[in-house]
Design a protein around this ligand. Sequence first.
Ligand code: ADP
Ligand code: MG
Length: 718
Amino acid sequence: MNLHSPISSGDRIFKMYKTRLEKLGIFTFADFLYHIPARYDDFSKVVSIAQATDGETVSIKGTVLSMQNTYTRFRKAIQKAVVTDGSGTVDITWFNQPYLVNQIKTNDTISLAGKIEQFGNKRTMQSPDYEIINDNQKNQTIHTANLVPIYHETRGVSSKWLRRQVYKLLTEIQVPVISTSSVIPAKAGIQKNKDWIPGQARNDNTKIQDYIFDPLPQHIKEQYHFPDLKSALQQIHFPENYEQIAKAKERLAFDELFLLQMQSMHRRHLWRQISLTQALVVEKYKAKLEKLINSLPFKLTNAQSRAIETILMDLQQEKPMNRLLQGDVGSGKTIVAAVAMYLAVLNGKKAVLMAPTGILAEQHYKGIQRLLEPLGLTIELITGSSKEQGAKSKDLNHSSANILIGTHALLYKKADFPNAGLVVIDEQQRFGVEQRALMREKGNNPHVLTMTATPIPRTMALTVYGDLDVSYLDEMPIGRLPIKTWLVPPIKRDNAYIWIKQQIIETDSQVFIICPFIEESENMQTVKAASVEFERLKKDVFPDLRLGLIHGKMKSKEKDMVLQQFHNREFDILVATPVVEVGIDIPNATIIVIEASERFGLSQLHQLRGRVGRGDKQSYCLLFTESQNLQTIERLKAMETMHEGAKLAELDLKLRGSGNIYGTQQSGYRMLKIASFSDVELIEKARNAARATYPNLSQFPKLQNFLEESEKKKISQD
Ligand code: ADP
Ligand code: MG
């Protein structure tokens, strides 16, 4: 066991808490150090008991004169202590913690932190934080008499407990730091370690895994006057003042951004090293491409033309394209992809288009058929239902079609896209990081175009997806009606239901009702809530209408079936959990109701809203909320007037931080732990530092090693 081994390799208590700690993002012992305090209790004012004034939050130190359990009439245990420091005495009360009498004993030296209250000439403290400091030679306290860190907690894992773990690592074990310029002994990673047990003194022949890695080269630390890593960690957990917290936090946030930046530069570098056997030719086929574009029943938006132009440039390079096409739902991404696929086919290559669900794949199949079959191309749909997987990969390898369309699952199958010149991945939330790794593994290196309606703020694109080139479709086709959006307070709910019913009956509309967001990942609780809401709506609200239910715990076949039924208008209303597929195209659905809308970020709401407004009929979005909070209401009101995903994402970032910026529950991508995407200045700094450092890493073997390892990990995970 060592610093970087899983928590479960520790003693019993760690095994027991494994799942809970993982919930907090703590997987290894080193992760304790990076579990950054959410805030601090200011117990730094230390006074004598006589000095303490009524109502003040302070720390005092003294000797326990007495400690005992007493019981109320209702058999509730109360713990009472009297403590003196020579200047006076204070009466302490705790509630319902009878075990305290085993921890706090008469004559103990104790440090207490909390609010002093004065009754007559009696001083009291209720439920103060405490720590016994009998054998503590330096009189060092971590739970009192300081700025005391408060962490994100979970059941059974208290801040006090977490504080002790961090303290052990930092102070008792004194975890050493390894610098970027260290040379790694050969095979260090495989050497068997001497046991390393948290809480025990370390022995001297420590192996490489027992270090925490300082990612910053010395010159960067000097340039920005950052504290060294050890001090930064010490000071963020056990600061002496607020200034130390700010400095430490800046340093650690910088580390995080710097590493993300280095990782994306490294991925980009690896990607760039790949050479294609043959670049695609554009000039020769310009006329044909123009013919396709002119055959469209509409004029391309400027944004579409720009994106096509850029993509054609990419495709002519000998390096594989790695581009993200970002555009709101309905901005017309498909046609951009179709032009690129057509070019690949004209060059004698195949193109592959992948969608997140079977239904979407089918929709693409029909759309691409309409566009490209008249030009003599053959298109094939690789359906999920076509027997088992073996059949699928065979289809893929032996198909004679020019364009193959299927679900994302194609990527994870054995198939290796023979002769694929271009792979298009639609509505991909992970933006191609893993996908590219996978394709590289398979040994073929097609151009890759990833498409998404997820709005990514610029700072985020730069940091996390810095290895991607991004094109934005920031312009809607002319004549597209904005989705009329209303915030609906509780008193208007009944009227809203009446209006919806009327719309269904009179204008033949179909309706989505999105159930409240409960947890990041869809769990049984979410499903149950959706089922209850479904029954309620069916019985009490819309008894004469036909309702369907869809949730993430259904098998994908079942989901596809329900969506198909909705598509065929077998239901008027589809009740869905928030995790319901993006990009689903039901042109006849013109109303979407979002329950408990205050629980969503604006960009999430915008994406949900994008499920209507796909036809040419006026569409509506009703945001239900029970919230009375003025700020919340104001935030949600932005949905009524703002109709651009990227703008809403920026606003989200300002109002709520990055946590909710986009469906993290769908992305599975690790978000920032310490830094924030709204800290544009620090992001720029880290970016500059990374650019100045990469790729000349010969002086920084440990950093190089880190990048290589993290890239390997990414591939093997899939
Ligand atoms: P998304 O970006 O959401 O994937 P689609 O590519 O599905 O959008 O396009 C949505 C609809 O808009 C389609 O019916 C498409 O034919 C149409 N469309 C695309 N581009 C334009 C345009 N420039 N003008 C008018 N309609 C367009
Ligand atoms: Mg689309």
